[in-house]
Design a binder for this molecule. Sequence first.
Ligand SMILES: [Fe+2]
Ligand SMILES: [Fe+2]
Length: 439
Amino acid sequence: MGFRPRHRSYFVVKQKAERGYFLSKNAVLIYLWKFIKTSGRLKEMPNDPTPPLNEVADLREWKRRLSLLLDYTRQMSLRKDLDSLLGVVVDSAREILQAERCSVFILDKKKNELWSRVATGGHTIRIPADRGIVGQSILERRVINIVDAYADKRFNPEVDRASGYRTQSLLTAPLAKMRGDVIGALQVLNKKGGPFQENDEKMFILFAEQAASAVANAQLHDDLQTAYKDTIFRLAAAAEFKDHDTRLHLERVSRYSRLIAGAAGQDEEWCERLALASPMHDIGKLGVPDAILKKPGKLDESEWKEMYRHPNYGADILANSENELLLMSERVARGHHEKWDGTGYPSKLKGDAIPLEARIVALADVFDALTSRRCYKSAFSLPDALKIIYEGAGKHFDPTLVEAFKRVASNIIQVMETFADRPLDPPPLPAAPKTYNIE
Ligand SMILES: [Fe+2]
Ligand SMILES: [Fe+2]
């Protein structure tokens, strides 16, 4: 094989892996070497320099799988969000194990359920966590290899009936983090060219360990993102609460901004950051007195002057951070009332001098203000709102961004409808009578 576990023993590598890190290339090689050695393939080689052809074929197959495993392990480590990671897990398991299908089951501890986020073929499967083959594989923490699914009592044919698929062979392994927690299970179906062999089981264990680490990391990343988003929206909602806007306004502006940014050619990471930064656009309203924000009538000149300060207040709240998201939020807060032709506020910036993120949020925010009902105005009709936006190209708005807006207008309208404000609460009912006669 041309490699030896020279620097670290198998056990040291295993111990390190148990801390939850991805295995290095060397560590994977050592594991593989160990598996091959213990399965007896190399035992006779020193005395037999020309191994039989079937052994050569076996070694070639191991080499192919090892190479795929290394490639896919790297790809998995680069995926931060769970959905795209699960796509890689499914594709790689199918290719490495030469299986027709693969399902990843994620454990929902609260419901004690396993659910399949990605199932090749597009079907979603939900099962109790402690039943069936997958449940047993998790409980006993071992690989279960079934040659003929329909001859096995544990197999539930309902899944096939629902999906219109015929399962023959099945290989199931728990997705267990190195430190012990089981986070789900992995199942490959129908090995091409015959049932799954012992070698497949060993490779599957190795693969499932790598996948479990990647899935656990992605879950953590997803949880952090959710907490992050929740905190930002709550903070931004505090400012909106002082004004007339709603949390749904923030949600819509966030989604419109992301769509426009994507249509304007920004990459996924930038778009995601803008989706989180855009809700902070009016955070500076926290610094504007309620008497002005909630004044029912028109504002006088001095009140408008105070109102015009909210972009700077917001930027000051968000300033001096080293975090790229907060820096972007600062640019959005300061620039979202600037206009392309230089007639906006607070700095009368013109054209490209206005940061791109602020130009995008300006467009999203105005479109939402136009299409929303406020206590002081009704909503514009959609055609009228679109006309105002399109006529604002080159004046209020960056013309390139208005073109981007047009390209995703149908998606924007879909967001507008999905996240529409609730109808106003019904008028209060008359007070209940003091006495009530039951006949
Ligand atoms: Fe504003
Ligand atoms: Fe707004």
